[in-house]
Structures are given as C-alpha cells and as structure tokens.
Design a protein around this ligand. Structure first.
Ligand SMILES: *Cc1c(COP(=O)(O)O)cnc(C)c1O
Length: 347
C-alpha cells in the first residue's frame, strides 16, 4: 500500500513502523488476549507499560529529578486556563510574549484569571519581576515562527511546546514548566504532557478543576481520571522510535536539515516567498506564498503527486509545510521536486 506524504500541522503523520506495530498488536496486545484499547488503566499490565513510558520519556528528554512529568487527557488548550489557575492568584500578573496565534489565544484565556501584560518581540520583552510567571510559545505553528533562544526571565518561564516537544534536546532547567499536546510530533490526539518543577506544584487556586490540578495529578501518577491508554501506548512506541533514530540530538540535526533544504529552495525561486525574518524561521512549520493565484491548483496537483496537508492555516492562508519527526529528508526532496515542476509549468 502506498501511503501519502502528510505535511499536515496536526493531527500529523506518524512513522509507518509505529502504525504497523500498533496494527499488529491491536487485537491481542503482546499475547495478553485483549487490546490496549480495552486495557484497565489501573491494572498492573497497563501500569507496567505506563511506568516504563514515563521513564523512557524522562531519559530521552533529560528531565531532572525535581521535575514532575504528567500525562493528561486534555487538549493543549486546556492548559491555557490551567496555567493561571495552577501558578497564580487572581491579584497577580503574568507576562506573555505574543508572536503568533497560539500565544495570543493563551493570553486571551489567561485574562479571565489574572492581569496579563503582552509583548510582541523577544528583544524588547521586559518581564515584571513580580509576575507569577512568564509565558512563551517556542514554535508558532500557524505563522511558521520559532524562538531559537530561550529568553531569560527572573520568574518561572512557561512554554507551549505543542509543535516542538521531542524534535530537539531541551535545556529543561530554563523552564518552570512546559507542555505539549501530543498530536504534532508524538502520537495520536488525546493526550498532553506537562513537565513542571516540583516547587511550583503548591500554588493552585482552590477553584482549579481537580483533573487539571497539576499537584493533584502528580500525587495520583496522572491517573486521577481514566487516562487515554491508546495515546500513551503510541507515545511509548514513538519514544522507542526516537531511540532507534539515535535520540533527540540526531533528530534535531535532521529536522534542521529538512528545513534548510526547503528554505534554500524557496529563497532561490521567485515563484515562492517566505516572509518570516530569517532568525525567526521555524524548522517545524515552513509557510510560503505562491506569486500567482493558483492555490487550489497547487493543492490538487500536490495530492495527485502523493502529498497532502499543505494548506496554510485558515487564519493566514498561503501554504504551510509541517516538517515534524515522521517527515523524512526523502519526503522533503519529493516536495521540492514537485514545487520546482509546478513553478516551471504554472509560474
Ligand atoms: C496545535 C497547537 C495547540 C492546540 O492544540 P489542542 O490540543 O488542539 O488544544 C496549541 N499550541 C500550539 C503551539 C499548537 O501547535
């Protein structure tokens, strides 16, 4: 069977090897006589798997001992509200660096719970030392913008890594907390990961919903509620895949190489334009415009050539190529060959 190359921003392409293994085990999970989809989330068999996956994550992402890792059945956006509820009191302030859609939505949500100050450039960002926390989105999935340097803040730094977690090594100590929905680089939708320093677990407001109370979930090993067995299991397969690739250092070299090839092609061709200033260009989501109004034709012909998911986000238009972990250099070369051919015929 020929699989299409899926450049979608999420839910996103997963490595074929992982899907094949899940298929192989779906009816009978490793000889146990039942499916992972039917596993009791409090049973010892799932418990062993979950414990191993937590350990693998900690090892691969180099999480220090004084940070908790939570696996929560919540979308990334649930944390836009959970963060102010867990980390601040109503009379406090928080500082948000707003460089794209996701940080903007996070700031709007946070304003329901505390007073929020926004800045739009990392260079001029001045974080109030009295703020409860400072907030960034290191990769703006919609605008194709990536913050390549972590800002220095005196207050705990919170980062939305939904489209970047497990694409590169992380200097965990720079953050008080970071989080990600898994549906971009890691697993099927239905799970988010929260990595939080333990000293930040004692400040949740009493009105915080229990399932989103990070301290309470930490005490319960992320099993206060029924969790998403399948997304957790798939995350485990992805962690094994990352080990097989050689770890996050190797993935990051490859992810940068993929982006460089595509940007170099776009910059060399008048027919395609990327408007993001070079130091802010994302390695994970490459946006571009065509210089003729042939948007639909581009998508239709790309699909005929075996490539989907290239449409830009509805709020910005244009095209977007998501170069997540499962996208290989070969896939990028296939896209570049298609773009070259399209420009020659239609440009
Ligand atoms: C996709 C995305 C989200 C939203 O994820 P949901 O799980 O749909 O809430 C939030 N932040 C970033 C950076 C994203 O890329």
């Amino acid at each position: 069977m020929d699989r299409l190359i899926n450049f979608s921003a999420g839910p996103a392409m997963l490595p074929t090897e992982i899907l094949a293994q899940a298929q192989l085990e779906l009816l009978d999970w490793q000889g146990r006589g039942y499916s992972i989809l039917e596993a009791n989330h409090r049973g010892s068999e799932f418990g062993e798997l979950f414990a191993r996956i937590k350990q693998d994550f900690r090892r691969i992402a180099a999480i220090p001992d004084d940070y908790q890792v939570l696996f929560l059945l919540a979308p990334a956006r649930a944390h836009f509200a959970a963060i102010p509820l867990n980390l601040s009191q109503p009379e406090q302030t928080a500082d948000y660096l707003v460089m794209g859609l996701w940080s903007q939505l996070a700031a709007v949500e946070a304003k329901k719970y505390l007073s929020v100050q926004c800045a739009d450039s990392a260079q001029t960002w001045r974080v109030n030392p009295a703020s409860a926390y400072a907030y960034i989105t290191d990769n703006e999935t919609v605008q194709g913008i990536q913050l390549h340097d972590v800002p220095d803040t005196q207050v705990p730094l919170v980062c939305d890594m939904t489209s970047s977690l497990l694409t590169r090594p992380i200097d965990v100590r720079r953050y008080g907390m970071f989080f990600a929905g898994v549906q971009k680089n890691i697993a099927p939708v239905g799970l988010s990961l929260v990595i939080i320093r333990e000293d930040l677990l004692d400040r949740a407001r009493t009105v915080t919903p229990s399932v989103l109370d990070y301290g309470l979930q930490a005490q319960h090993g992320s099993l206060l509620n029924t969790n998403n067995n399948f997304s957790i299991y798939m995350t485990g397969l992805m962690l094994e895949w990352i080990d097989d690739q050689g770890g996050l250092d190797v993935l990051w070299v490859r992810n940068q190489e993929k982006a460089q090839r595509l940007y170099a092609f776009i910059d060399a061709h008048d027919y395609y334009t990327n408007h993001v200033p070079a130091p802010l260009r994302s390695c994970l989501n490459v946006v571009f415009d065509l210089n003729t109004p042939q948007h639909e034709a581009f998508l239709v012909e790309a699909r005929a050539a075996g490539m989907i998911g290239l449409n830009g986000h509805r709020s910005v238009g244009g095209m977007r190529v998501s170069l997540y972990n499962a996208v290989s250099l070969t896939h990028v070369d296939a896209l570049i060959a298609f773009m070259k051919d399209f420009a020659e015929r239609r440009g």
